[in-house]
Design a protein around this ligand. Structure first.
Ligand SMILES: Cc1cc2nc3c(=O)[nH]c(=O)nc-3n(C[C@H](O)[C@H](O)[C@H](O)COP(=O)(O)O)c2cc1C
Length: 303
């Protein structure tokens, strides 16, 4: 059965992908499943130079989710291109690097380098990381800053450009509409929601950064709401994510308006979940004689 979906000019084998930051660069995942069989792997947010990430506590479980404050720890673009990307390509996976520069210039440079690299057909611009002091969410929550950055990254990106939106704004649809106008090919929604934990023993915030990003099943209804709202305002594809843990969750996102989905936090619970859910989704389509998954995208809007 053909489960492929199109994200701009990029054809994914199926709509189930792995979310950035929850599976590194795919190597560890490949010990649990055939990574060539999922739609794509969004790799950990990259910067020009390697980054150690935040100090202190970095992740903690919450009710039905996790709060993280990793702070974009990554190997840097050079090491990624030299040692991480070749592994992904050799494995037959579809890599989508996630760009997470500190500054506008750094993001443009990363986009320029990646878009000229063989084997990379798409990049995801992360303007929504809540865990860094410079850049991150500051790009995705201020409209003039967002517009300028996305325009400049679009200018240097020949391939498919996906922008990962921040849900920590009053109206996320305004950012999506702007992205579409600039010529972005797709949006990912959502990144983590701002949250916080207080350590009751020492009566201080648990994370050094104070705030952190909430993900996992706890945020699923919020993310479905966002995807539904976006579908009403934009025509470019939406990659839906936030708390997906079952095939029913995937179908919910698709009916709300997603053309593809990503699995994030649940990879940490069940490393092969993305492939398992891709198979279950295919089974669902076969059982329901659904020949074209695209027909389901946004179907909840016509009811
Ligand atoms: C530990 C961790 C690290 C993450 N790192 C990144 C990142 O580098 N870039 C990014 O765009 N999103 C990052 N995210 C956000 C996820 O890609 C995803 O948007 C979010 O977790 C919601 O999906 P989920 O509820 O399925 O996890 C990270 C999330 C977690 C939990």
């Amino acid at each position: 059965m053909d489960m492929s979906v199109k994200i701009g000019a990029l054809k994914l084998k199926n709509p189930v992908t792995v979310a950035s930051g929850t599976a590194g660069y795919g190597e560890e995942l490949s010990e649990y499943m055939d990574i060539s069989k999922i739609g794509a792997i969004f790799t950990k947010g990259l910067s020009l130079k390697p980054r150690p990430g935040n100090t202190g506590n970095r992740i903690v479980e919450t009710s039905s989710g996790v709060l993280n404050s990793i702070g974009l720890e990554n190997v840097g673009i050079e090491e990624f291109l030299k040692n991480k990307l070749p592994f992904l390509l050799k494995s037959g996976a579809t890599p989508i690097p996630n760009i997470a520069g500190h500054t506008e210039e750094e993001n443009i440079e990363l986009a320029r380098i990646l878009s000229g690299t063989e084997g990379i057909d798409a990049v995801e611009l992360n303007v929504s990381c809540p865990n860094v002091k410079e850049g991150g969410m500051a790009f995705g929550t201020n409209m003039p800053v967002f517009t300028r950055l996305v325009e400049k990254v679009r200018d240097v990106t020949g391939g498919v450009l996906i922008v990962k939106l921040s849900p920590n704004v009053t109206d996320i649809t305004e950012f999506a509409v702007t992205a579409e106008k600039i010529g972005v090919d797709a949006v990912s929604a959502v990144n983590t929601f701002l949250g916080m934990k207080i350590d009751i023993k020492n009566r201080r915030p648990y994370f050094k950064n104070r705030v952190a990003g909430l993900s996992g099943p706890a945020i699923k209804p919020l993310a479905v709401r966002v995807v539904y709202q976006l579908f009403e305002r934009i025509t470019i594809p939406i990659i839906g994510l936030g708390g997906i843990a079952s095939v029913d969750d995937i179908i919910e996102f698709i009916l709300a308006g997603a053309s593809a989905v990503s699995i994030g936090t649940m990879n940490m619970v069940e490393p092969a979940i993305s492939l398992n859910l891709a198979s279950e989704l295919e089974e669902y389509c076969r059982a329901g004689s659904i020949g074209d998954l695209a027909a389901l995208t946004g179907a909840a809007h016509t009811a």
